[in-house]
Design a protein around this ligand. Structure first.
Ligand SMILES: Nc1ncnc2c1ncn2[C@@H]1O[C@H](COP(=O)(O)OP(=O)(O)O)[C@@H](O)[C@H]1O
Ligand SMILES: [Mg+2]
Length: 252
Protein backbone atom coordinates (compact mmCIF):
# COMPACT_ATOMS: atom_id res chain seq x y z
CA UNK A 1 0.00 0.00 0.00
CA UNK A 2 1.33 3.37 -0.99
CA UNK A 3 2.16 5.72 1.88
CA UNK A 4 0.52 9.15 1.66
CA UNK A 5 1.42 10.84 4.95
CA UNK A 6 4.45 10.00 7.03
CA UNK A 7 4.90 12.11 10.17
CA UNK A 8 7.65 11.39 12.68
CA UNK A 9 8.22 12.77 16.14
CA UNK A 10 5.87 15.71 15.82
CA UNK A 11 6.17 17.99 18.82
CA UNK A 12 4.32 21.23 19.50
CA UNK A 13 5.05 23.48 22.44
CA UNK A 14 3.16 26.58 23.46
CA UNK A 15 5.58 28.27 25.85
CA UNK A 16 6.23 25.73 28.61
CA UNK A 17 3.24 23.62 27.66
CA UNK A 18 3.77 20.63 25.39
CA UNK A 19 0.59 20.01 23.39
CA UNK A 20 2.14 17.29 21.19
CA UNK A 21 5.05 15.20 22.33
CA UNK A 22 6.83 13.15 19.68
CA UNK A 23 3.80 11.92 17.77
CA UNK A 24 4.28 9.73 14.70
CA UNK A 25 1.52 8.98 12.24
CA UNK A 26 1.58 7.16 8.92
CA UNK A 27 -1.42 7.03 6.59
CA UNK A 28 -1.52 4.87 3.48
CA UNK A 29 -3.87 4.71 0.52
CA UNK A 30 -7.12 2.96 1.32
CA UNK A 31 -7.05 3.64 5.04
CA UNK A 32 -9.74 5.11 7.28
CA UNK A 33 -7.98 6.26 10.45
CA UNK A 34 -9.67 7.66 13.54
CA UNK A 35 -7.89 9.80 16.11
CA UNK A 36 -9.44 9.52 19.55
CA UNK A 37 -8.60 10.89 22.97
CA UNK A 38 -9.99 13.04 25.78
CA UNK A 39 -10.40 16.82 25.45
CA UNK A 40 -7.03 18.54 25.31
CA UNK A 41 -5.20 15.37 24.18
CA UNK A 42 -3.74 17.20 21.17
CA UNK A 43 -6.02 15.90 18.40
CA UNK A 44 -6.78 19.26 16.79
CA UNK A 45 -3.15 20.34 17.25
CA UNK A 46 -2.04 17.25 15.33
CA UNK A 47 -4.49 17.97 12.49
CA UNK A 48 -3.42 21.64 12.43
CA UNK A 49 0.25 20.74 12.14
CA UNK A 50 -0.21 18.08 9.49
CA UNK A 51 -2.34 20.45 7.39
CA UNK A 52 0.09 23.37 7.66
CA UNK A 53 -2.01 25.62 9.88
CA UNK A 54 0.67 25.70 12.57
CA UNK A 55 4.37 24.77 12.35
CA UNK A 56 5.69 21.92 14.51
CA UNK A 57 8.27 22.79 17.16
CA UNK A 58 10.10 19.62 16.12
CA UNK A 59 9.54 16.61 13.89
CA UNK A 60 9.42 15.56 10.25
CA UNK A 61 6.51 15.19 7.87
CA UNK A 62 6.28 14.12 4.27
CA UNK A 63 3.39 13.68 1.85
CA UNK A 64 3.99 11.19 -0.96
CA UNK A 65 7.65 11.29 -0.04
CA UNK A 66 8.01 15.07 -0.32
CA UNK A 67 8.91 17.11 2.77
CA UNK A 68 5.94 19.24 3.85
CA UNK A 69 7.28 20.91 7.01
CA UNK A 70 6.72 24.64 6.54
CA UNK A 71 4.24 24.20 3.67
CA UNK A 72 1.01 26.17 4.22
CA UNK A 73 -2.57 24.94 3.76
CA UNK A 74 -2.84 26.26 0.19
CA UNK A 75 0.32 24.49 -0.96
CA UNK A 76 -0.77 21.32 0.82
CA UNK A 77 -4.24 21.43 -0.75
CA UNK A 78 -2.57 21.68 -4.14
CA UNK A 79 -0.46 18.65 -3.33
CA UNK A 80 -3.55 16.66 -2.35
CA UNK A 81 -4.07 17.16 1.37
CA UNK A 82 -7.20 18.93 2.67
CA UNK A 83 -9.07 19.28 5.95
CA UNK A 84 -12.31 20.33 7.59
CA UNK A 85 -12.66 22.16 10.89
CA UNK A 86 -13.98 21.22 14.33
CA UNK A 87 -15.39 24.73 14.71
CA UNK A 88 -16.79 25.77 11.37
CA UNK A 89 -16.52 29.34 10.09
CA UNK A 90 -18.58 29.76 6.94
CA UNK A 91 -17.98 32.69 4.58
CA UNK A 92 -20.85 34.89 5.86
CA UNK A 93 -21.68 36.61 2.56
CA UNK A 94 -21.50 33.53 0.32
CA UNK A 95 -24.21 31.12 -0.69
CA UNK A 96 -23.76 27.37 -0.48
CA UNK A 97 -23.04 27.26 -4.23
CA UNK A 98 -20.48 30.06 -4.01
CA UNK A 99 -18.75 28.44 -1.05
CA UNK A 100 -18.36 25.19 -2.98
CA UNK A 101 -17.30 27.11 -6.10
CA UNK A 102 -14.36 28.61 -4.19
CA UNK A 103 -13.03 25.12 -3.53
CA UNK A 104 -13.84 23.80 -7.02
CA UNK A 105 -12.06 26.81 -8.59
CA UNK A 106 -9.04 26.24 -6.37
CA UNK A 107 -8.81 22.72 -7.76
CA UNK A 108 -9.72 23.25 -11.43
CA UNK A 109 -7.66 26.44 -11.52
CA UNK A 110 -4.47 24.54 -10.75
CA UNK A 111 -3.85 24.47 -14.47
CA UNK A 112 -3.47 28.12 -15.55
CA UNK A 113 -5.09 27.56 -18.90
CA UNK A 114 -8.35 26.73 -17.16
CA UNK A 115 -9.21 30.36 -16.43
CA UNK A 116 -9.14 31.43 -20.05
CA UNK A 117 -11.08 28.43 -21.29
CA UNK A 118 -14.63 28.97 -22.55
CA UNK A 119 -16.07 26.10 -20.56
CA UNK A 120 -14.67 27.22 -17.21
CA UNK A 121 -17.91 28.62 -15.78
CA UNK A 122 -19.87 25.62 -16.92
CA UNK A 123 -17.29 23.20 -15.52
CA UNK A 124 -17.36 24.91 -12.11
CA UNK A 125 -21.14 24.97 -12.11
CA UNK A 126 -21.35 21.26 -12.99
CA UNK A 127 -18.86 20.26 -10.29
CA UNK A 128 -20.58 22.37 -7.66
CA UNK A 129 -23.83 20.64 -8.54
CA UNK A 130 -22.23 17.23 -8.32
CA UNK A 131 -20.57 17.82 -4.93
CA UNK A 132 -23.75 19.38 -3.55
CA UNK A 133 -25.72 16.35 -4.70
CA UNK A 134 -23.26 13.95 -3.09
CA UNK A 135 -23.58 15.80 0.23
CA UNK A 136 -27.34 16.31 0.06
CA UNK A 137 -27.04 20.09 -0.27
CA UNK A 138 -28.45 20.37 -3.79
CA UNK A 139 -31.73 21.96 -2.70
CA UNK A 140 -29.91 24.61 -0.63
CA UNK A 141 -27.47 25.96 -3.22
CA UNK A 142 -28.88 29.50 -3.23
CA UNK A 143 -29.01 29.85 0.55
CA UNK A 144 -26.54 32.01 2.42
CA UNK A 145 -24.18 29.62 4.18
CA UNK A 146 -24.57 31.47 7.48
CA UNK A 147 -28.32 30.76 7.56
CA UNK A 148 -27.85 26.98 7.42
CA UNK A 149 -28.51 24.87 10.52
CA UNK A 150 -25.32 23.80 12.34
CA UNK A 151 -25.34 20.27 10.91
CA UNK A 152 -25.53 21.58 7.34
CA UNK A 153 -22.75 24.09 8.03
CA UNK A 154 -20.51 21.23 9.08
CA UNK A 155 -21.53 19.25 6.02
CA UNK A 156 -20.75 22.26 3.80
CA UNK A 157 -17.30 22.57 5.39
CA UNK A 158 -16.64 18.87 4.81
CA UNK A 159 -18.02 19.16 1.26
CA UNK A 160 -15.68 22.10 0.58
CA UNK A 161 -12.70 20.01 1.68
CA UNK A 162 -13.82 17.18 -0.63
CA UNK A 163 -14.32 19.71 -3.46
CA UNK A 164 -10.60 20.48 -3.32
CA UNK A 165 -10.15 16.99 -4.74
CA UNK A 166 -7.65 15.77 -2.14
CA UNK A 167 -6.02 12.35 -1.96
CA UNK A 168 -5.95 12.55 1.82
CA UNK A 169 -8.61 14.34 3.83
CA UNK A 170 -8.48 15.13 7.55
CA UNK A 171 -11.80 15.75 9.28
CA UNK A 172 -11.78 17.30 12.75
CA UNK A 173 -14.93 16.05 14.48
CA UNK A 174 -17.06 16.06 11.32
CA UNK A 175 -20.18 14.98 13.18
CA UNK A 176 -19.87 17.05 16.36
CA UNK A 177 -23.01 19.04 17.04
CA UNK A 178 -24.98 16.60 14.89
CA UNK A 179 -27.63 14.36 16.41
CA UNK A 180 -26.67 10.73 16.97
CA UNK A 181 -29.35 9.68 14.52
CA UNK A 182 -27.78 11.80 11.76
CA UNK A 183 -24.18 10.78 12.44
CA UNK A 184 -24.31 7.47 10.62
CA UNK A 185 -26.01 9.09 7.63
CA UNK A 186 -23.28 11.73 7.44
CA UNK A 187 -20.53 9.12 7.73
CA UNK A 188 -22.12 7.06 4.95
CA UNK A 189 -22.29 10.19 2.80
CA UNK A 190 -18.62 10.92 3.46
CA UNK A 191 -17.40 7.41 2.74
CA UNK A 192 -19.49 7.33 -0.44
CA UNK A 193 -18.18 10.77 -1.45
CA UNK A 194 -14.60 9.65 -0.90
CA UNK A 195 -15.15 6.73 -3.25
CA UNK A 196 -16.88 8.80 -5.92
CA UNK A 197 -14.48 11.72 -5.77
CA UNK A 198 -11.26 9.72 -5.64
CA UNK A 199 -10.21 10.50 -2.06
CA UNK A 200 -7.68 7.79 -1.18
CA UNK A 201 -7.60 8.01 2.62
CA UNK A 202 -9.56 9.61 5.45
CA UNK A 203 -8.29 10.65 8.88
CA UNK A 204 -10.97 11.79 11.28
CA UNK A 205 -11.04 13.03 14.85
CA UNK A 206 -14.14 11.55 16.44
CA UNK A 207 -15.61 11.14 19.91
CA UNK A 208 -18.53 8.86 19.12
CA UNK A 209 -17.18 5.34 19.67
CA UNK A 210 -20.00 3.74 17.66
CA UNK A 211 -18.74 5.71 14.68
CA UNK A 212 -15.07 5.11 15.47
CA UNK A 213 -15.46 1.35 15.80
CA UNK A 214 -17.93 1.17 12.92
CA UNK A 215 -15.82 2.86 10.24
CA UNK A 216 -12.12 2.72 11.14
CA UNK A 217 -9.41 0.44 9.79
CA UNK A 218 -7.06 1.86 12.39
CA UNK A 219 -7.42 3.91 15.56
CA UNK A 220 -4.81 6.24 17.03
CA UNK A 221 -5.39 7.04 20.70
CA UNK A 222 -3.82 10.26 21.97
CA UNK A 223 -3.41 11.22 25.60
CA UNK A 224 -1.57 14.29 26.90
CA UNK A 225 0.10 14.82 23.55
CA UNK A 226 1.38 11.27 23.17
CA UNK A 227 0.29 8.24 21.17
CA UNK A 228 -1.11 5.73 23.64
CA UNK A 229 -2.04 3.18 20.98
CA UNK A 230 -2.06 2.90 17.19
CA UNK A 231 -3.84 -0.27 16.23
CA UNK A 232 -7.00 -1.92 14.86
CA UNK A 233 -10.43 -1.43 16.45
CA UNK A 234 -10.11 -4.89 18.03
CA UNK A 235 -6.67 -4.00 19.35
CA UNK A 236 -8.12 -0.90 21.02
CA UNK A 237 -10.99 -2.87 22.57
CA UNK A 238 -8.50 -5.32 24.07
CA UNK A 239 -6.20 -2.59 25.42
CA UNK A 240 -7.48 -2.01 28.97
CA UNK A 241 -5.22 1.01 29.52
CA UNK A 242 -6.61 2.76 26.44
CA UNK A 243 -10.16 1.82 27.32
CA UNK A 244 -9.72 3.25 30.83
CA UNK A 245 -7.86 6.40 29.80
CA UNK A 246 -9.49 7.35 26.54
CA UNK A 247 -12.93 5.88 26.82
CA UNK A 248 -13.23 6.65 30.52
CA UNK A 249 -14.50 3.19 31.44
CA UNK A 250 -13.34 1.35 34.54
CA UNK A 251 -10.87 -1.48 34.00
CA UNK A 252 -12.55 -4.82 34.38
N1 LIG B 1 -2.67 28.16 20.36
C1 LIG B 1 -2.53 27.55 21.55
N2 LIG B 1 -1.87 28.15 22.56
C2 LIG B 1 -1.74 27.53 23.76
N3 LIG B 1 -2.22 26.31 24.03
C3 LIG B 1 -2.89 25.67 23.07
C4 LIG B 1 -3.08 26.25 21.77
N4 LIG B 1 -3.78 25.37 21.01
C5 LIG B 1 -4.03 24.30 21.80
N5 LIG B 1 -3.48 24.48 23.02
C6 LIG B 1 -3.53 23.51 24.14
O1 LIG B 1 -3.04 22.29 23.68
C7 LIG B 1 -3.78 21.20 24.24
C8 LIG B 1 -4.31 20.35 23.12
O2 LIG B 1 -5.36 21.07 22.45
P1 LIG B 1 -6.17 20.45 21.24
O3 LIG B 1 -5.21 19.94 20.24
O4 LIG B 1 -7.14 21.47 20.79
O5 LIG B 1 -6.91 19.23 21.97
P2 LIG B 1 -8.08 18.27 21.44
O6 LIG B 1 -8.41 18.64 20.03
O7 LIG B 1 -7.53 16.89 21.59
O8 LIG B 1 -9.22 18.50 22.38
C9 LIG B 1 -4.87 21.83 25.10
O9 LIG B 1 -4.45 21.80 26.45
C10 LIG B 1 -4.96 23.24 24.58
O10 LIG B 1 -5.36 24.11 25.61
MG1 LIG C 1 -10.15 19.30 19.06
Amino acid sequence: MSVLLDARGLTKRYGDFTALDGVSLTVSEGEFVSIIGPNGAGKTTLVNIVTGLAPPTAGQMSFRGLDIVGAGPVTLARRGLARSFQLVNVFPALTVAETLAVAVCARLGRGRRFWSSLGADRAVHAEVGEIAAVFGLADRLARLARTLPQGDKKLLDVASAFALGPELILLDEPTSGVSTADKHAIMDVMVGAARRLGVKAIVQVEHDMDIVFGYSDRIVALHQGRVLADTTPDGIRRDTEVVATVLGKPRS
